[in-house]
Design a protein around this ligand. Sequence first.
Ligand code: HEC
Length: 249
Amino acid sequence: MKKIILALTLLALPGLGLAAGGEGYPLQVAPIDLHNKASLQKGAKLFVNYCMGCHSLEHQRYNRLARDIGLTDDQVKEHLIFTGAKVGELMKNSMPKADAKQWFGVPPPDLTLIARSRGVDYLYTYLQTFYLDPTRPFGVNNAAFPNAGMPHVLWELQGWQKPVYEVHKGKGKDSPDTKVLTGFELVQPGSMSPPEYKEAMADLVNFLAYVAEPIQLERQRIGIWVVLFLFLASVVFYLLKKEYWKDIH
Ligand code: HEC
């Protein structure tokens, strides 16, 4: 009996973990599709235009990126390199870390591995949930990352949104009312409509997912050959087996 209880408790543990994490703003599921080259290209373009001023991709080379997302070196030079780097170089930026720390309080982290360390759903939600908050240094807060030190750099595209709260009544003096962030209201539209912005963020997160594990695309390509090889090998082994047993019977 004790063993059964222990087993049930262990089974329930992951669920408990989720329940404990359920306090914050709910994450949206990012529609990742690493085979969608058009989406990866759009994501790359957004990244170099809006993010690379502050964030680097220190483990990614431009020409590797070009090959993987279906661009030529010349296209990359023309559309993606603004720093004067050569196509064979790593995607670094020139912002000095010490200055960045002074400007933002925290230096902007390198984003090569962010999709793996934080998860794509977190990134997708983070990029969509900057909201007006006059108490913060840059006038914005974030639902996925409360008190984030990053300004809302995509405001021209998304516009500005203000938070919508739901008030949960407290039960008297010891438990006062609590405010729960439930959504947003667009108070100043950007150059993109809300669905367009959502799609652009899907592209950007798709790109970051690729950057975090460029080998993924290759692995899937190799995977198909491995399966094919195993299939052919089993046909050969089957025929061999028949050949051997023929003499024994
Ligand atoms: C003006 C500079 C600046 C620009 C441009 C910028 N960021 Fe940031 N970003 C920051 C700073 C500063 C932080 C550190 C925030 C903190 O830890 O409080 C940060 C943090 C982040 C994080 C980490 C959040 C976490 O959970 O640790 C992500 C992800 C991110 N930025 C994505 C982006 C993307 C995507 C873009 C382009 C659309 C972008 N940033 C553009 C300054 C910038």
